[in-house]
Ligand binder design. Structure first.
Ligand SMILES: [Mg+2]
Length: 124
């Protein structure tokens, strides 16, 4: 079973992401702030990380940079999970080393398509 770490401080978004992923057979790990997200990533080395950008402590850019700095986590795909959709935001996300982008609110089809693509899974 593949494990996906969700770093998200909004209850509603967390619940929806968790429910959708678990319903599709993924195990989830959850953090509601950046530091816990970094700690869970380093401890568990999940298969994929969904990273909110605006978090109550360190932001998603900083958390991603700290995860990337760990040799064991450097190759884990990290997807920005954010409502920010401007071209500038997307460019910054790409420049920061994220592997992809997931919009909020969650749109089921594209959410799952992105997750599968990042995990290297075929559509099912
Ligand atoms: Mg947030």
């Amino acid at each position: 079973m593949k494990t996906i770490l969700i770093v998200e401080d909004n209850d509603k978004n967390m619940k929806l992401a968790r429910d959708v992923l678990q319903a599709k057979g993924y195990a989830t790990l959850e953090a509601v702030n950046g530091l816990d997200g970094v700690a869970l990533a380093l401890q568990h080395r999940p298969d994929l990380i969904l990273m909110d950008i605006q978090l109550p402590d360190i932001n998603g850019y900083e958390a991603t940079s700290r995860i990337r700095a760990d040799a064991g986590c450097a190759a884990i795909p990290i997807v920005a999970f954010t409502a920010s959709v401007t071209v500038t935001d997307r460019q910054r996300i790409t420049d920061a080393g994220f592997n992809g982008f997931l919009g909020k609110p969650i749109e089921l089809q594209s959410f799952l398509a992105t997750v599968r693509q990042q995990l290297g899974e075929a559509a099912r």
